[in-house]
Ligand binder design. Structure first.
Ligand SMILES: [Zn+2]
Length: 102
């Protein structure tokens, strides 16, 4: 067991930026072929990682990159629902990173 290794790194499927896995947001493809947000990064299935920059979860390019990475077709409606969830998660994370009062 190598517990002391560096934290795992993943690549944002949109901008290709490499970052620590836990700082990225994960989308996962369900067995039904839909795409859901996986806030804890624990769900099984094919996943795609997105960094926290707005461009990477709001743009049309982002939708295409995610669809390609997960090998699904993502409709406008499905993507906009995911975008809302991603935006929420991103802002939750950035506010908890800023507001460290402990
Ligand atoms: Zn990105």
């Amino acid at each position: 067991m190598q517990q002391r290794r560096r934290s795992p790194q993943r690549t944002c499927v949109v901008c290709r930026e490499v970052a620590a896995k836990r700082t990225l947001m994960r989308l996962v493809r369900t067995p039904e072929g839909t795409v859901v947000l996986d806030p804890r990064g624990k769900a099984s299935g094919r996943g795609a990682y997105l960094c926290g920059s707005e461009e990477c979860f709001t743009s049309k390019r982002a939708r295409e990159a995610v669809a390609r990475a997960l090998q699904v077709s993502l409709g406008e409606d499905e993507w906009s629902a995911l975008t809302d969830q991603l935006r929420e998660l991103a802002s939750e994370r950035s506010s908890s990173a800023v507001g460290k009062d402990e």
